[in-house]
Design a protein around this ligand. Sequence first.
Ligand code: SAM
Ligand code: SF4
Length: 346
Amino acid sequence: MTNSPDTSLNRIAPELIDSFGRVHTSLRVSVTDACNIRCKYCMPENVAGFLPQNRLLKFDSIDRIVSVLVKAGINKVRLTGGEPLMRPNLWELIRRLSKIDGLLQIALTTNGMLLSDQIDRLVQSGLTHINVSLDTLREPAFQQISRREGLDLVLQGLRAAVTSPLNVRVNALLLRDINLQDCLPLVEFARELGVVIRFIEFMPLDANRSWSQSQVVPGSEVRQMVQQRFGRLIPSDSTDPSQPSRDYLFEDRVGGIGFISPVSEPFCSSCNRLRLTADGKFRNCLFGSQEWDVKCLLEPTDGSRPCTDQEILAIAKACVEKKHASHGISKSDFQPPDRAMYQIGG
Ligand code: SAM
Ligand code: SF4
């Protein structure tokens, strides 16, 4: 058996459909669990260790998986982590993905620290969209949240993104006791840059298991604060029902704002996402407890034959078929997943 692609999978037809009829078109690929900062809503202060190089899914394998899944209906890939820009030569993976027919978007979510150095190469390689995470404009608060210095680097990276051809968004996460006061300055700043800002609610995915409802700032509360300061928010016509964000325009049409509210307003019924962890496991939900190992098929260590495209698709389909109706955060018996956000891929 060779490693060459199966010709039987040469057309695009939605095949990643779960038992509730949700069609999966978006794949989140984590390329590393390593990170250069330690956000308290995601990572522990002291990490025992990150995955060694040989446990990370190779670029060849990611490229192959994406090629197979695009033929099954995936049209958007988001690269994430950990901090994806810490994966050496990430641009090379993007270059390969950009050659896949039918893949409409290659997006990246980053903390921005390494962005200004890499942006030119990322753009040249075919990246189309970028989300930069920014929770505050105050260095002391940045250090309190991320346990590292570096707000200047993030801002430098964000400014480089804004002057690039990429579609740019800012992701902000508010913790009630730490950076609620940053909400309006962040909105003001995003409007100055002319980019959309999205507020994401704090989810029970932190490694410290310190999540508490009292720290969550509901999207509705942020929306009210923003309307009081900036005037009426107009629901955006372009809101895609499969997108988790509820997007709005400002009356003056400068910038834009969105709210991702998985805790207060779950959007599971329209979820179209499949996830691939940095160590090569499919997951059907951030909060799922089950994973489907595809690395062992693509990179066998026991001398067994390389897998076929049909086998890759079969494991992705098995994962999607087992997806639950909802994440169940608000249920009394909810158990957070074993892995934290940086280990799954945000
Ligand atoms: N390191 C990159 C970054 O921070 O943008 C990419 C990975 S990070 C896990 C992706 C996104 O997940 C970030 O925007 C971050 O704010 C968000 N995130 C991390 N932990 C979270 C949590 N417990 N609840 C909600 N969002 C979280
Ligand atoms: Fe790193 Fe992103 Fe997690 Fe922050 S949210 S610790 S930047 S992976």
